[in-house]
Design a protein around this ligand. Structure first.
Ligand SMILES: [Zn+2]
Ligand SMILES: [Zn+2]
Ligand SMILES: [Zn+2]
Length: 469
């Protein structure tokens, strides 16, 4: 079913005529199936069969993150299972492109608990793969469709504030319809197919824009590696709670577009194949030149496609390259990452030796900045330098790289004075986006401020020195 191509409001050209879809077809004595839905803040689509009189328990909490759902965001979608009908107005097709309602969004809605997550760990990387057959997906076109429950007449509106839209209209038979109140719906359907879910435990994916870029990068890499058409598979994101780092993260979900599954994504259910796909991804996205050295762009040669138009503004090549460089960085893997250290032995955080480790680290960091500070805006090169110089301190290194990627250096350059207000912004982001503890965040921000802001740029730095982390 192609909801976006044929839904009311969209147009197709047939025999030189421009035909506008106008009705959602009804069959006598059969109602459309309807579902109520709420998209949680974590972006998970929660659905339950539609009920007319809502009770407390209806769509109460999010299935993925457990948060209470905001009932104010509830909508209803109907399944146009009998198809669509054209308007009786038929125009000659001119040079104008047929209009389409925007693309449907795909969500994973399966919540079986019998799916096995297989765990892999190697070098700096740790992740889980789960493959499931006949798992459940949903496609939703959330345009504002005002539908007549009697005849299926549909008015597509740009605005969707009201639930009811009064409009006198004709049935497809040509008779005036007795109902004048159109009701607001989204259009959607559910289907079963083969699904693969990948949870990156480390490095992790915590920012939505980053997750989208990585998703579309991996889809590109999968098609190239498996030598399949870009339309054979599709993907979406899903929230999960990363217990290892105590952070909300995104699962990458890929599925076969052929209902029932065509055996494509199943092939990724093996770490050798999956990592080969990621290497292919890094090659393809790395080969592109859009966005120049900062790679803060995307184009049709790398991440953009017709199907992800809605997200074109946020896609950036650098998210994919940075993530995969960390993922495959075996230098970082020689020692433990800071998150692992703090989880496995919380006592190491108050270890007396850490203060000298930090002092050693800080002096090495200052040597790096003194010698290579001029290259600080070249992100790929500078992150490489940091890893080369500071690989013996993986915990500290990871913290400083995280801040570097939040553009802390640019903010330091722009700031008149480096004080608590300045630091707070970054400490908060480290906490919210990465689940980094307050102490660790404080130390890392202060280190950037003193070393780069104070020593290199000569800015006044009013922060407290943090000795221990
Ligand atoms: Zn949620
Ligand atoms: Zn009607
Ligand atoms: Zn590109």
């Amino acid at each position: 079913m192609a909801i976006s191509e044929y839904a009311p409001g969209s147009q197709i050209v047939a025999d030189g005529n421009l035909i506008t879809s106008q009705y959602i077809k009804k069959v006598p004595n059969m109602d459309w199936r309807r579902y109520d839905y709420i998209v949680c803040e974590c972006k998970t689509l929660n659905i339950e069969p539609h009920i007319e009189y809502k009770n407390e328990m209806h769509l109460k909490t999010c299935r993925a993150c457990g948060m209470e759902l905001d009932k104010g965001r509830m909508g209803t979608f109907l399944v146009p299972e009998f198809g669509f009908e054209a308007s009786t107005n038929i125009e000659k097709a001119g040079l104008i492109k047929p209009r389409r309602t925007f693309n449907g969004e795909v969500s994973y809605i399966g919540y079986r608990d019998d799916i096995q997550h297989i765990h892999f760990q190697s070098g700096n990387r740790e992740y889980e793969i789960a493959f499931s057959q006949n798992d459940e997906m949903a496609v939703l076109n959330r345009s504002n469709f005002y539908v007549c429950n009697v005849c299926g007449y549909t008015h597509l509106s740009k605005m969707g504030f009201q639930m009811i839209y009064p409009k006198q209209h004709y049935k497809s038979s040509g008779y005036l319809c007795e109902n004048e109140n159109l009701q607001k719906y989204a259009l959607g359907y559910r289907f079963d197919t083969d699904v693969i879910q990948i949870r990156f435990l480390w490095p992790q994916i915590t920012i939505y824009e980053q997750a989208l870029s990585i998703l579309y990068g991996i889809m590109k890499g999968t098609c190239a590696y498996l030598n399949i058409e870009e339309n054979d598979i599709a993907g979406c994101l899903r929230y999960f709670y990363n217990k290892a780092t105590k952070t909300g993260s995104y699962t990458i979900v890929l599925y076969d577009k052929t209902p029932g599954g065509a055996g494509h994504v199943k092939k990724l259910n093996h770490p050798d194949v999956f990592e080969a796909v990621l290497k292919e991804t890094r090659d393809i996205i790395g080969r592109c030149t859009c966005g120049g050295e900062s790679m803060d762009a995307a184009c049709y040669n790398c991440l953009k496609s017709y199907n992800n138009q809605k997200y074109h503004d946020v896609l950036q090549r650098r998210y994919v390259i940075e993530f995969l460089n960390d993922f495959f960085d075996d230098n970082l893997g020689k020692a433990e990452t800071f998150e692992n250290i703090s989880i496995r032995s919380p006592l190491s955080l108050i270890d007396n030796h850490t203060s000298t480790v930090n002092e050693d680290f800080e002096s090495e960091f200052n040597i790096l900045l003194t010698n290579y500070g001029a290259q600080i805006s070249d992100s790929q090169r500078f992150v490489g330098l940091m890893k080369d110089f500071l690989f013996a301190y993986p915990k500290q290194l990871n913290l400083l790289i995280a801040l570097y990627r939040m553009d802390i250096t640019k903010s330091i350059e722009d700031a008149a004075v480096l004080n608590d207000i300045f630091a707070y912004r970054f400490e908060k982001r480290m906490d919210e986006e990465m689940g980094i503890s307050k102490e660790n965040a404080k130390w890392a921000v202060a280190t950037w401020c003193f070393s780069y802001g104070g020593n290199i740029l000569g800015k006044p730095c009013e922060l407290e020195q943090v000795k221990e982390i």
